[in-house]
Design a protein around this ligand. Sequence first.
Ligand code: PEP
Length: 248
Amino acid sequence: MRPLLYAANWKMHLPPAEARAFAERFLALTSPVSGRSLWFFPPAVSLEGTAVALRGRPDIRVGAQDVHWEPKGAFTGATSVPLAAGAGAAGALVGHSERRHVFGETDAETGRKVQALLGAGLTALLCVGEKLDQREAGQTEAVCLRQLRAGLEGVTGGAWERVVIAYEPVWAIGTGRNATPEDAAQVHRAIQAELARLGAPGRRPVLYGGSVNAGNAAALTAQPEVDGVLVGGASLDVEGWAGIVGRG
Ligand code: PEP
């Protein structure tokens, strides 16, 4: 069976006690499914509790929603890669649409964050995606590939093994609208081709994200180009999330 990856982005939800309770209930509802792996991205304060609660499941990893590129220093409010790793993170999201478009993160900053993660031996889950006006102007692939090149500049050798991409059209995130499976597959093909041009030695997982739910997840992952999903809102309900990932 083709490997699939299911990632939950809890955004600014689930404080430590609720995150731990979610994790415990999730463990009770599910068991590992062959070929499926999972990531949970809790808020920073809930990272350690979630990681501890889920550590008995080798198919599950926990990551940070964002990291700073510097390892330490006077960066009030930021989480460095060593801080995240110390709390149990095996990786982090980088360049999520809300980081880019709410907090003004640049392409160059995403590249520094990816380098910081890979340099420390962690996984970088780099998010790319176009805004609605860019899609309507026919710029979808140009925008995604520009973000990809900037985010992955300088990645070499074995570090490629720790790169995961999520294609998340900005207009689909949290809106209830999503790309058709065929549209997603077309962008995923362009991303795989660019990854090969950038020197990735083999196929890297490319996830789709943007209003994925129990009703559309299977149709998206049925596309051979879609290696899994990154899910925000629908990952906050433990029963619903267990249903999406498969109960095993
Ligand atoms: C996300 O946060 O990455 C996301 C895709 O959110 P939602 O599933 O709520 O659209």
